[in-house]
Design a protein around this ligand. Structure first.
Ligand code: BG6
Length: 490
């Protein structure tokens, strides 16, 4: 018997479903990664016929594949409307889905994947509806959930406990789309698969590490949402903290294949990640620079966004210095910077290495440029190393050069899938390594919550920076104080 797949998208008429979920499902369909017998059922409150819904998805997907592929995909898409807390209604939909699959007897396996692309206030209702009205009777049931996973440690714990009444960890796939990015997936290979890099990732060789996230646009109408979260919750507690845990973790026992007991290797990766987070002290105002963008005359400031409450002190920029208190990283500053409305779009991780002992004296210099290894997540994935060479030609002086692996030059575009596509494939395969486990989530909240409370107690005013600038100059000071030397400064 062929296995059947039923994929239900809750919140199918919303923005996330439109921009991310359906395009990812379509991608998987196009490359033949969905089982032959798949039904994709959109579910939301608004009433719509299958055909109306199909013409909507057609719109979202029309530039993502050929018309022929799209038509074939739309054939497996249906839409049902109902309340998110409508357990009885959903039971009917559930039975109908099984009937549509023509599952005649219990021998036929029908797997269920639920994707919750819904607002946080409907979250728990939907979880309950899924559990009580939609469990697969003959195969697996997997539930994909999206942030926000709480607001601080306490609310995240409560949400976790509430969800835990319905699903255990093995059913839950908490998406952090950064874990699906090519360069993030590459980190483990790069760190542990290279003899000339692996021995260097520790306090003996690394001077400082900078994780930075920059966006060249402000909240642009999304200010209502943003203002209740702020930059720390929006990208640091989740995306950047996930990056931190992977660049700093110890080697997992296994990252592929099966384990001795026949289970998936995911726990090994997640065990190592959570240990890193547990070794980071909660952030404090002493090690933080906060900023908020203001108009540059042309583009509006944060407070000019009509959806932002008047006089809000919510930071749109933060730079934080932290240490990982363990044997490998003790004393090495890790700096995390993130901001909206800056001068460029970029996300990268930068390791700066210590000076080679004795080299400056040997070359008759007061100092020589520092080696760096940079992993650029976006735009245009690349890995480059800054290394010192003799200036080519008759001169004997040293110059810094760059060994560059630019993915756009080296590989075809289509070899790099969208993060969501890859992550949904992992769900189908039951691989949880690229999803956030409950203890990781809480460990990340514990790091940021005390600072968030301090900020939100009202006394902290972010430093203004101009739209389109590099962010507050104080952040550059923090980086400099931490021992990082900008090589251009030599
Ligand atoms: C989201 C944040 O989680 O990540 C957004 O809510 C942010 O504010 C986005 O823009 C960044 O994702 P990406 O993939 O564009 O870097």
């Amino acid at each position: 018997h062929d296995e059947r797949l039923t994929l239900v998208v809750f919140g199918a008429s919303g923005d996330l479903a439109k921009k991310k979920t359906y395009p990812a499902i379509f991608d998987l369909f196009r490359v033949g990664a969905l089982p032959r017998l798949t039904i994709v059922c959109g579910y939301a409150r608004s009433k719509m016929s299958d055909d109306e819904f199909r013409s909507r998805i057609h719109e979202y997907l029309q530039d993502k594949g050929s018309e022929e592929e799209l038509e074939r995909f739309l054939d497996i898409c249906i839409y049902r409307s109902g309340q998110y807390d409508g357990i009885e209604e959903f039971k009917e939909t559930s039975a109908e889905l099984r009937a549509l699959h023509e599952c005649k007897d219990d021998q036929e396996v029908e797997n269920r994947m639920y994707y919750l692309a819904i607002p946080p206030n409907q979250f728990l209702n939907t979880i309950k509806t899924t559990r009580e009205g939609g469990m697969s009777e003959t195969g697996w049931t997997r539930v994909v959930v999206e942030k926000p996973f709480g607001h601080d440690t306490e609310s995240a714990k409560k949400l976790g406990d509430d969800i835990g009444q319905y699903f255990d960890e093995s059913h839950l796939y908490r998406i952090d789309h950064y874990l699906g990015k090519e360069m993030v997936q590459n980190l483990v290979t790069l760190r542990f698969g290279n003899a000339f890099l692996e021995p260097l990732f520790n306090r003996d060789h690394v001077k400082s590490v900078i994780i930075s996230f920059k966006e060249p646009f402000g909240t642009e109408g999304r200010g209502g949402y943003f203002d209740s979260y702020g930059i720390i919750r929006d990208v640091m507690q989740n995306h950047l903290m996930q990056l931190l845990s992977i660049i700093a973790m110890e080697p997992p026992v296994k990252v592929a294949g099966t384990t001795k007991d026949g289970t998936d290797y995911s726990r090994f990766v997640r065990d190592e990640k959570v240990k890193v987070l547990a070794a980071v002290k909660p952030w404090s105002l002493d090690d933080v620079v906060l900023g908020q963008y203001v108009s540059n005359g042309d583009k509006p400031g944060y407070l000019d966004d009509e959806t932002v409450p008047e006089g809000s002190n919510q930071p749109t920029y933060a730079a934080v210095r932290m240490f990982i208190h363990n044997k490998r990283w003790d004393g090495v500053p890790f700096i995390m910077k993130a901001g909206k409305a800056l001068d460029e779009k970029k996300c990268e991780v930068r390791f700066q290495f210590r000076d080679p002992a004795g080299a400056a004296a040997m070359f008759g210099e007061s100092r020589i440029p520092r080696n760096e290894l940079v992993l650029r997540l976006q735009p245009q994935e690349s890995i480059y190393m800054k290394l010192n060479v003799k200036k080519p030609g008759l001169a004997t002086s040293m110059v810094q050069s760059s060994l560059d692996l630019d993915y756009t030059d080296r590989y075809d575009d289509h070899q790099i899938p969208e993060a969501y596509t890859r992550l949904l494939l992992d769900v189908l395969r039951g691989k949880q390594a690229t999803f956030v486990r409950d203890d990781e989530l809480l460990a990340a909240w514990e790091i940021v919550t005390p600072l968030l409370e301090e900020i939100e107690s009202g006394g902290v005013k972010p430093i203004p920076y101009e739209y389109g600038s590099r962010g507050p100059a104080e952040a550059d000071e923090l980086v400099k104080e931490s021992g990082y030397v900008r090589n251009a400064a030599y």
